[in-house]
Design a protein around this ligand. Structure first.
Ligand code: F0G
Length: 482
């Protein structure tokens, strides 16, 4: 995005510094079909078909638009099993952009997490982090270790407007370390904290956490999957970094960590995963798992063309004109919704806009999954596919009781460089309609509930006929319009 000023300030909008050269046709089904389709999909947006979706805001993972330079690089991919030049090019990009000497490849972010967990976690261990991510937690708990969240209180307050809600609570971290000496597998810092609304963590906080780790002999691990947005926020919200180059910030940050891993489905506008470090001993502890689970050390399950795209995409991660696009579109959407009175997580973060479902439905029992119900309502209202980030995304406790999420959010992800501003305006319009009709919306109940990562495949049903009532109201308000 550029800083170009509009002649009429009241019409100031984010301005793209790129143009679209490949398009994909979209379909908007009518409201009766949307009702039928979401029920066929078990009221789970993961089970909808893309051909039935107008705005796919499920995720920013693997759906970011590639640049012409990335596509060009993909043509020169070197397929050789061992000694591939593609692998060398990706390593050089990691050295240059992240300032880290070496890396292990994996097929995506969760594969990096599997390797990390296998290498460092054992039964009875604890893994502190600012906040968990679903796949991270699943890998750690599978091995009998426990995840402990140490995010500062502001991170869980949907109405706090602190610029860095992903920060660790430092006093709690120090106390935690003192009480758990000897059983900490590693500490994980999640940049752009996903499950609490894509909220960034400050450079100051990350550097302090890394220092505490060093002083206590704890391995510091940074999940940099959402670092692109976080980098933008460091530069725009943290005074000490306003005049620093993005590359300088990146190098300072990565140098402070023992291990940096990322999902290249997010960082690098491509697909794949990398575990990077300057510490050969640590890489050695993880190395054997790459050929075991992923593939040979030169590709680790990644397609060579994707590796070329990552190598170029990492450089684009340092370009403020590219990396500001997501946060500025999200800010635009959040501002519109906020001004209308819609409860939305503020300040606008990265990744997407996050609607606060608990505030939409203050009387809905937690056991009826408010964020899941809101996801279904958004699809019925506008063919918009968001992702439940609330209790359905949690795992039940070992004794089978529900673990109620601290925040019941519906995430409307904004994949990078993909949507136009008029599409974002459409989303704002339909969210406002759902907000105005929220009293019609009731909850959901599970009819099929998988034990692990239930949000992916679980099937639910509405608790009564609220969906038919919502459709009738839509027709009354919009007539023949889709
Ligand atoms: N870490 C973070 C912070 C993530 O957001 C994700 C994925 C992963 C790790 C796992 O990476 O998908 O490549 O295996 N987040 C996606 C999302 C799934 O929709 O938020 P992956």
């Amino acid at each position: 995005m550029s800083t170009v000023k509009f002649y009429r300030p009241e019409h100031q909008v984010p301005l793209e510094m790129h143009k679209v050269r490949i398009v994909q046709k979209l379909y908007l089904r009518d409201v009766d079909e949307r009702l039928r389709l979401i029920n066929e999909a078990g009221n789970n947006t993961f089970l909808l078909q893309n051909k039935d979706i107008y705005m796919d805001m499920l995720t920013d993972s693997g759906v970011n638009a590639m640049s012409d330079n990335q596509q060009a690089a993909m043509f020169q991919a070197d397929d050789s099993y061992a000694g591939s030049e593609t692998c060398n090019r990706l390593r050089r990009a990691i050295q240059d952009v992240l300032g880290l000497n070496d890396f292990l490849p994996a097929h995506q972010g969760r594969a990096c997490e599997n390797i990390l967990a296998e290498a460092f976690c054992k039964k009875g261990d604890v893994v502190p982090m600012n906040f968990h991510f679903t796949t991270t937690k699943a890998h750690i708990t599978r091995l009998g270790a426990k995840v402990v969240e140490l995010v500062a209180a502001k991170g869980l307050q949907a109405d706090s407007i602190d610029p860095f809600k992903g920060d660790f609570d430092i006093p709690r971290l120090k106390q935690f370390i003192a009480e758990n000496k000897g059983r900490i597998s590693f500490l994980r810092i999640e940049t752009g904290t996903n499950l609490i609304g894509g909220q960034p963590i400050s450079m100051a906080n990350m550097l302090e956490v890394a220092k505490i780790c060093r002083e206590n002999g704890i391995i510091s691990v940074m999940d940099a999957s959402l670092l692109q947005d976080n980098l933008y926020f460091i530069k725009t919200r943290e005074e000490a970094y306003k005049n620093k180059d993005t590359k300088e910030i990146m190098h300072e940050l990565c140098a402070a960590m023992d291990i940096t891993y990322f999902s290249a489905r997010k960082l690098g506008f491509a697909r794949g995963g990398c575990i990077c470090s300057n510490n050969q001993d640590l890489l050695l502890r993880m190395k054997e798992f790459v050929p075991l689970y992923e593939g040979f050390l030169t590709y680790g399950g990644m397609e060579v063309r994707s590796m070329e795209a990552i190598a170029v995409g990492l450089y684009e991660t340092l370009d403020m004109e590219y990396i500001s696009q997501g946060p500025l579109f999200i800010e635009h959407l959040v501002r519109e919704l906020d001004e209308y009175g819609v409860p939305v997580v503020k300040p606008a973060g990265g990744l997407g806009a996050h609607l606060n479902a608990s505030a939409f439905f203050p009387d809905m029992p937690h056991s009826q999954y408010p964020a899941g119900a809101l996801a279904v309502a958004m699809y019925i209202a506008g063919g918009i596919r968001g992702m439940e980030r609330g209790t359905i995304s949690e795992q039940r406790e070992p004794d089978g009781t529900e673990r109620y999420a601290e925040l019941e959010l519906l995430r409307l992800a904004v994949p990078r460089r993909v949507f136009t501003l008029s599409q974002i305006e459409y989303v704002a319009d339909r969210v406002k309609w759902v907000w105005d009709n929220r009293q019609l919306i009731k909850g959901l109940r599970f009819v099929e509930e998988p034990k692990v990562l239930r949000f992916f495949f679980g099937r639910l049903a509405p608790v009564d006929d609220w969906q038919e009532k919502l459709v009738a109201k839509f027709k009354a308000d919009f007539g023949d319009s889709l």
